[in-house]
Design a protein around this ligand. Structure first.
Ligand SMILES: NC(=O)c1ccc[n+]([C@@H]2O[C@H](COP(=O)([O-])OP(=O)(O)OC[C@H]3O[C@@H](n4cnc5c(N)ncnc54)[C@H](OP(=O)(O)O)[C@@H]3O)[C@@H](O)[C@H]2O)c1
Length: 333
C-alpha cells in the first residue's frame, strides 16, 4: 500500500498511567468505499482535545476509545465522494473522522459547515471550543455585569474564550493557568483582570488577592485541587459551571476530590452544574452570530496553535495535556 493511501494513527494500548508515544502507531489502511448514506471524507484539520485522553478511560457521553482501533477525534474534512443526499464533493463538514487521512462516515453524524476563512476558525471559535465557552459561561454560569468570573485552563482553547466573553459581559475576570508567561499573556493580550499561576503553589492565597470580592462564577475546566481552592471562595448564590476535569484525565485519577463540598454548597446556596455542549445545539445559530460579531469587532481574539502533519498528532496531544498549547491546538493534515 502506498504512503499516499490512508495514513491512520492507531491507539495500540490503553494507557494505565500517563499517555506516551508508545501508545500510538501509524499504519497505512486502505481508502474506504462509502456505503449508502455515507460520505467519503478527506481530513483537513484534526482537533486535539483534552477529552481525547478522557475517552481512553471508558464510556462517557460517548463510547470509549478501544485499543487497536483508529484513534477517535473530531475534525474538519472535505467531502470527496458521497452516497448521502445533501452532501456533495467539495462540501466542508465537521465530524468524528478519527486520526486518519480518509474516513467514510454516515451523513447523520456530520455537520455541514460554512465555507469561511480561515477554515481553522471552524474548529476554534466557531467550533466545539467556542460554543462550549459560550453556552457554559452564559447558560450555566449566568454571569451578571460587575460579578467576578474565574476560569481554569484559562490559556487553553475553551478557557481563553470564556474569559474574553466574561469581559464582554462586563465582569471582573481571573484566569488560572500554568506558568508566569501564560499568566502574563492572559492579562496583557486578552484583557483578563488578573491571572493566577497554579504551578507556583499557593493557589488558594493567590486567588484571594486576585478575586478579593470572592467568586460569583467559576468555570471549571480542571476539577481536583483547583476546584477545591475555588469552592470556599465562592460568594453566596455563586454558580460553578462544570465543563471538564483535565487534572483527572492523564494518569490514574486521584482518589480525593474537593473536600467539604456538600456543606459549602448548602450554606452558600451554590449551584454546581455539569453540561455538555451538545445540550445547547438548538441555540447554535444565535451563539455563532454573537461569536462572529465579537470576532469582527475585535472584542474576541482567536488564538490557534496549529501543528503540521498527522504523524505529529500523538506528540501534540501529549503536549496539550502537559500545557504546551495556547488556545486551540489542532493538526493541519
Ligand atoms: N463539557 C463540554 O461539552 C466540553 C466540550 C469541550 C471541552 N470540554 C472541556 O474543556 C476543557 C478544556 O479542554 P481543551 O480540549 O479545550 O484543552 P485546552 O484547554 O486547550 O488545553 C488543556 C490545558 O489544560 C491545562 N492543564 C493540563 N493539566 C492540568 C492540571 N492538572 N491542572 C490544571 N490545568 C491543567 C494545560 O494548561 P496549563 O499550562 O494552564 O496547565 C493545557 O493547556 C477540558 O476539561 C475539556 O474536557 C468540555
Amino acid at each position: 500500500m502506498s504512503e499516499a493511501n490512508n495514513r491512520q494513527v492507531l491507539l495500540v494500548e490503553k494507557p494505565t498511567g500517563k499517555l506516551g508515544p508508545e501508545h500510538f502507531r501509524m499504519v497505512n489502511g486502505g481508502i474506504p468505499e462509502p456505503k449508502d448514506g455515507e460520505a467519503l471524507l478527506r481530513l483537513r484539520y484534526l482537533s486535539l482535545d483534552a477529552a481525547n485522553r478522557a475517552w481512553m478511560h471508558g464510556a462517557t457521553y460517548r463510547a470509549a476509545v478501544e485499543a487497536n482501533t483508529v484513534m477517535s477525534g473530531g475534525g474538519i474534512a472535505e467531502v470527496v465522494a458521497s452516497k448521502a443526499p445533501g452532501l456533495a464533493p467539495g462540501d466542508i463538514v465537521f465530524g468524528d473522522t478519527g486520526w486518519q487521512d480518509y474516513a467514510a462516515v454516515p451523513a447523520k453524524h456530520l455537520s455541514k459547515m460554512p465555507k469561511l476563512e480561515p477554515m481553522t476558525h471552524l474548529l476554534s471559535v466557531y467550533g466545539i471550543a467556542g460554543l462550549t465557552a459560550y453556552f457554559g459561561l452564559l447558560n450555566v454560569g449566568k454571569p451578571r455585569e460587575g460579578e467576578t468570573v474565574v476560569v481554569s485552563a484559562a490559556a487553553g482553547s475553551v478557557g481563553s474564550i470564556v474569559g474574553q466573553i466574561a469581559k464582554i459581559k462586563g465582569c471582573r475576570v481571573v484566569g488560572i493557568a500554568g506558568g508566569k508567561d501564560k499568566c502574563h499573556w492572559l492579562t496583557s493580550e486578552f484583557g483578563f483582570d488578573a491571572a493566577v499561576d497554579y504551578k507556583d503553589g499557593g493557589t488558594y492565597k493567590a486567588l484571594r488577592s486576585a478575586a478579593p470580592n470572592g467568586i460569583d462564577v467559576y468555570f471549571d475546566n480542571v476539577g481536583g485541587d483547583i476546584l477545591e481552592a475555588c469552592l470556599p471562595q465562592m460568594n453566596n448564590r455563586g454558580r460553578i459551571a462544570c465543563c471538564g476535569a483535565i487534572s483527572q484525565y492523564d494518569g490514574v485519577p486521584s482518589a480525593h476530590g474537593p473536600r467539604g463540598v456538600p456543606g459549602l454548597i448548602v450554606v452558600k446556596r451554590l449551584v454546581m452544574q455539569g453540561f455538555i455542549v451538545m445540550d445547547f445545539m438548538d441555540q447554535r445559530d444565535a451563539a455563532l452570530a454573537d461569536l462572529q460579531s465579537w470576532v469582527a469587532s475585535g472584542k474576541l481574539k482567536v488564538q490557534e496553535d496549529v501543528i503540521d502533519g498527522l504523524e505529529n498528532a500523538p506528540a501534540a496531544l501529549i503536549g496539550l495535556l502537559a500545557g504546551e498549547n495556547r488556545g486551540k491546538r489542532m493538526i493541519r493534515v
